[in-house]
Design a protein around this ligand. Structure first.
Ligand code: UD1
Ligand code: UDP
Length: 378
């Protein structure tokens, strides 16, 4: 079977690395009589800086892509259109049996559209997620991708239910979450990685880890400056690995200049370039608290038993809200300050409290996915 994975953005490299590993294991155990899977990778080039792309391939042993389309940044239509055109050419040359798409980025929808129109089967990993907020580009990408897909791999029961409500019930598989697989595989290694903490001058359990990158939080200067000001004025050390989207906004927007200065002056704020996956996992696992608008980071905080405050109006990852581990608090600066104070004092990390992870599977989601894929397409 010829399987072609299409990736382009940071979280997709983590997910594809898990699938690539599972394909290898499947082939190793294939023995006689079972068809092997020939897996190729296409990188759209949506993310291209080393710290947003290459570093993940090196660290997670993800083989170099067979095709690098070099699409780069741009407005939604331009970026997605360029991907569509280039992916189509690859699909015509490769004629795979199935295309696997990951998550909810522009690379996801471009892959789904290109394959579906060429009558190539589409398998969607991390299918069925919904925020029910159509103002998010990711929500449009997810809904459209799911409706173009032939095989739908859901990380959670909520995702399966969302698809059912939209009438999608055939070839839907609840596999568990491949990002839990990654945490299970790398957590111990990451926990020992204290160098990044030293470099940022923070101690285990004595800092807040923050990330911000969502369009809804970064595209409005008012909202972004409120958020960044709240981070700069917290009474605790804050580590902020800065997404290039935010870096570029701070550089380009006159309105954000005062906030950039405030951030520079802050003695508690530790701003860094994007960090590698293992360093990020280390920073998550050693934090007392995570503040984020990222989907992946919300889940990883849950997986490493660190409470999360989500800087959005809703979350797709309802299971992380169990027992208050993830609280959706929005972006009002005053609310952020108060919520951080409360969670800091509560100190669930210091008390060694543990969430129940079973709603995200058993850490073998990638193997489950590959097995279901092979079974269904046999
Ligand atoms: C994209 C996804 C988002 C995902 C995120 C993961 C879409 C619509 N959004 O958002 O769902 O959560 O990736 O990180 O697909 N840039 C660089 N260097 C890079 C990459 C980006 O400088 O290597 C800057 C550019 O200014 C670019 C901006 O970041 O315009 C945004 O990049 P883009 O890929 O369009 O969206 P993300 O915000 O990264
Ligand atoms: N991540 C990373 N370095 C960083 C920030 C995030 O390795 O500086 C990882 C994070 O651990 C997770 C993934 O990138 O595995 C999440 O990506 P992101 O937050 O960009 O996107 P989302 O999950 O919101 O789509």
């Amino acid at each position: 079977m010829r399987l072609l994975s299409i990736v382009g953005a940071r979280p997709q490299f983590v997910k594809a690395a898990m699938i690539a590993g599972a394909v290898k294991r499947y082939n190793r155990n294939a023995g006689s009589g079972r068809e092997r899977i020939h897996h190729k990778l296409v990188h759209t080039g949506q993310h291209y800086e080393h710290k947003m792309s290459g570093i993940f391939f090196d660290e997670l042993s993800l083989p170099k892509p067979h095709y690098h389309l070099g699409v780069g940044s741009g407005p939604q239509g331009q970026q997605t259109g360029a991907m569509l055109e280039k992916i189509e050419k690859v699909l015509l040359a490769e004629n795979p049996d199935v295309v696997m798409i990951y998550g909810d980025t522009n690379s996801t929808i471009a892959g789904a559209l290109a394959a579906a129109k060429l009558h190539i089967k589409v398998a969607h990993l991390e299918s069925g997620l919904r925020s029910f907020n159509r103002r998010m580009p990711e929500e449009i990408n997810r809904v459209a991708s799911d409706h173009l897909s032939d095989l739908l791999f859901c990380p959670t029961e909520t995702a399966v239910g969302n698809l059912r409500r939209e009438g999608i019930t055939t070839n839907v598989f609840k596999t568990g979450d491949v990002m839990l697989d990654a945490v299970v595989a790398y957590r111990e290694k990451a926990l020992k990685r204290k160098k990044v903490l030293k470099k940022l001058n923070v101690e285990s359990q004595w800092y807040v880890l923050a990330t911000v990158h969502r369009a809804e939080n970064t595209d409005s200067p008012e909202r972004l400056s409120g958020l960044l000001q709240a981070l700069a004025e917290l009474n605790f050390n804050v580590v902020l690995p800065m997404h290039p989207r935010v870096r570029d906004r701070l550089k380009d927007s006159r309105e954000l200049r005062p906030i950039a200065k405030l951030m520079e002056r802050s003695r508690r704020l530790r701003i860094t370039e994007p960090v590698s996956y293992l360093d990020m996992l280390a920073l998550e696992a050693h934090a007392r608290l995570v503040l984020t608008d990222s989907g992946g980071v919300q889940k990883e905080a849950f997986f490493v038993a660190v409470p999360c405050l989500t800087l959005r109006e809703e979350t797709e990852w309802l299971e992380t809200q169990a027992d208050g581990w993830n609280q959706v608090i929005g972006t009002d600066p005053q609310t952020i300050r108060m919520a951080v104070e409360v969670e800091w004092q509560r100190n669930r990390v210091g008390r060694n409290e543990q969430p129940d992870l079973k709603s995200f599977g058993d850490g073998r989601a990638a193997d489950n996915t590959v097995a279901a894929l092979a079974r269904t397409l046999a």
